[in-house]
Design a protein around this ligand. Structure first.
Ligand code: HEM
Length: 417
């Protein structure tokens, strides 16, 4: 259940001098109290400088227009060396293509993109559905349980095991490594997991995947579309050093894990918060694809991406200096009243539901976006085939992170058709 949060987080943002607003505080998101902060930033300072955060000074870009401008301009706004507000520790630096610029980024992305290409998704769909059905059929009726553990985590872990062709019985390791990777102080803002334990977990991940790499490098890759086979056999990635292999593993694990997990939980929560929308869905399940996009907009599973200015530049009338950190707050742009009609409402039948920022723009636009949509579509098709309602019966608990917008507990009860 919800953790107590510091007074700082429930302060009225309009009572704080604008120069002192700091939206990097992970407690804000644990309390879900960031909305008025961004409402004020969008109105008064859509490109805003924060001098005094624990992560160092950074610019916040909070409206749709300027976020898209930054995300599309990778020459001036570099993704190196990291894509979260906080910096990585110097003695443990992961390299991954989401945090690289062209040409290396492009070559590495191209190496693995076949796994999530539309042609392969068609082939994967039956297996993903089979794994969803197994879970749905095992859920208890009329009993309270945590949807996050039993459904959201388990489903995404199964999907990931499929993409990596990872031993299915050991799949919970993928969730563990993903959670350890995102518990870093750069993201959670505290040391609740020690750096030592984190490094040990990530090194274990590297070790296990090195065994898999060594097997697959000696196998004929023809017709084998999994991330490790592609990494091991592609000229752009086959000579990666260990920290680069580990970095890309973590990217592919976290990329597919937290995001989809929290969209699955967020959808259940928002349908309960908006019963008229749940009624619309029951009356017309053909709305599932547009609802999926609305869930992804409304949840915004990754709240920000960070860039570094490669030269002095102007943005929204502000002078950005070479070397400054520039943070694009997708979580705010997705509620920009200038670009999205009734942005604070969850509406499953929007005219243009894919008009959101949750997958980013430009060369780093989410590689797995079609897979994520497919997984969520299958989940909702199978829910609607079985249950008249997934009822939320208690308060959700949220993750303390300024990066992943996460739901850690969601007590529910299922009602059959
Ligand atoms: C609802 C689910 C998802 C959301 C909201 C999401 C969001 C994002 C965002 C915001 C970015 C960065 C975009 C930018 O910088 O412009 C990204 C990149 C990426 N995502 Fe996703 N993602 C999701 C699902 C997935 C899945 C299922 C995978 C599959 C493994 C995946 C793999 C990746 C990868 C590899 C990148 C790096 C792309 C690059 O740097 O070129 N994502 N994602």
């Amino acid at each position: 259940m919800s953790q107590p949060v510091s007074n700082k987080t429930v302060q009225d943002p309009y009572g704080i001098p604008i120069d002192e607003l700091d939206v990097s505080d992970p407690c804000l998101y644990e309390a879900d109290s960031h909305w008025p902060y961004f409402e004020r930033l969008r109105k008064e300072a859509p490109v805003h400088y924060c001098k005094g955060s624990v992560f160092g000074p950074f610019w916040s870009v909070s409206n749709y227009e300027f976020i898209a401008e930054v995300d599309r301009n990778h020459q001036i706004f570099s993704s190196e060396p990291a894509i979260v507000i906080g910096d990585q520790p110097e003695d443990f630096t992961l390299k991954q293509f989401i945090a690289m610029d062209p040409p290396k980024h492009d070559a590495q992305r191209k190496a693995v993109t076949g796994v999530v290409a539309p042609t392969n998704l068609v082939l994967l769909e039956p297996l993903i559905r089979e794994r969803v059905v197994e879970i749905m059929d095992s859920l208890p009726l009329g009993e309270t349980f945590n949807w996050v553990d039993r459904v959201s985590i388990e489903l995404t872990t199964r999907m990931l095991a499929t993409l990596f062709d990872f031993p299915f019985e050991r799949r919970s390791k993928l969730t563990y490594w993903s959670d350890m990777a995102t518990s870093s102080p750069e993201i959670a803002g505290d040391d609740s997991v020690s750096q030592e334990d984190r490094i040990a977990a990530l090194m274990e991940c590297l070790e296990e995947f090195t065994v898999i790499w060594n097997e697959r490098i000696n196998q004929d890759p023809t017709g084998q579309l999994d991330f490790i086979t592609l990494l091991a056999h592609s000229p752009a990635t086959r000579d990666m050093e260990p920290m680069e292999y580990l970095g890309n593993l973590i990217l592919l694990i976290v990329g597919g894990n937290d995001t989809t997990r929290n969209s699955i939980s967020g959808g259940v929560l928002e349908l309960n918060n908006n019963p008229a929308e749940y009624d619309k869905l029951r009356a017309n399940p053909a709305l599932i694809p547009s609802m999926v996009s609305e869930i992804i907009r409304y949840q915004t599973p990754l709240m920000h991406m960070r860039r570094l200015a490669t030269e002095d530049t102007m943005l929204g009338g502000q002078q950005i200096k070479k070397g400054d950190k520039v943070v694009m707050w997708y979580v705010s742009g997705n509620r920009d009243e200038k670009r999205i009609e009734r942005p604070n409402e969850f509406l499953i039948d929007r005219a243009n539901p894919r008009n959101h920022l949750s997958f980013g723009f430009g060369i780093h636009r989410c590689m797995g976006n079609r897979l994520a949509e497919m997984q969520l579509r299958i989940v909702w098709e199978e829910i609607m085939n079985r249950f008249s309602k997934v009822e939320v019966v208690g308060e959700p608990a949220r993750l303390k992170s300024n990066f992943v917008r996460g739901i850690t507990d969601l007590p529910v009860r299922l009602h059959p058709l």
